[in-house]
Design a protein around this ligand. Structure first.
Ligand code: PCO
Length: 199
């Protein structure tokens, strides 16, 4: 059955941070662009793993460099604020251990974390963590997840499989189709609730 989300496609900001799972970012962009208007934000470390050619050509891809090359004088738009205003929802996939820690502490030292620091938490923010099992099982992780959970961030949990280093364990990013369907269903349900006046 087709999901009716109204005539306008939702505006989704897709972001990648520096985990090996960023190799799947292109696939994620393809999936989301089938039903949403997508803009992409990538960190410097994520670019180590992302093949830019895998991102559909219709999707604007923003990096830290774009933040300040687009600003010249007082009154000019600031990119992280413009993207925060533009998006109906944000999805960080993969979310690395480092970016999770920064999020939990409110640090903002790159385009991605500046958007999160300025985020309007009345809009959905999803994260799909990805890291080695030892990092996932570290007590830091639960503390950081609790902090971002209190802010209203939704976590799409990692899965157990073979990791980048050859270890087998929990910490692999959820599959792109699951991230896509989780976000899509959430947005379709929110749309249904806001348009259903009979109950
Ligand atoms: C370091 N980090 C990781 C990142 C999480 N791993 C994954 C998967 C990939 C292969 O399917 C790498 C995408 O294992 O999301 O492995 C580990 S030492």
């Amino acid at each position: 059955m087709q999901v009716d989300m109204g005539s306008e496609r939702p505006r989704i900001l897709l972001a990648a941070s520096g985990s090996v799972a960023a190799i799947k970012f292109g696939a994620l962009c393809h999936s989301f662009s089938e039903w949403a208007e997508v803009k992409a934000v990538v960190t410097k470390s994520s670019l180590h793993f992302i093949d830019k050619a895998s991102v559909p050509s219709g999707i604007s891809l923003y990096t830290d460099e774009d933040e300040w090359t687009s600003w010249k004088k007082i009154g000019d738009n600031v990119l992280h604020i413009e993207l925060r205003k533009w998006a109906d929802a944000m999805v960080v996939a993969p979310l690395s251990a480092n970016s999770l820690a920064k999020m939990a502490g409110g640090l903002c030292d790159n385009l991605l974390t500046c958007i999160i620091r300025a985020w309007d938490f009345s809009k959905p923010l999803f994260v799909a963590p990805a890291m080695n099992t030892f990092m996932w099982n570290s007590p830091f992780t639960q503390k950081h997840l609790d902090l971002v959970g209190e802010l209203g961030v939704s976590v799409i949990p990692p899965i157990t499989k073979k990791l980048a280093c050859g270890d087998y364990g929990n910490g692999a990013m959820a599959e792109p189709h699951l991230i896509d369907s989780t976000v899509r269903m959430y947005i379709a349900n929110s749309h249904d609730q806001s348009t259903n006046t009979n109950c």
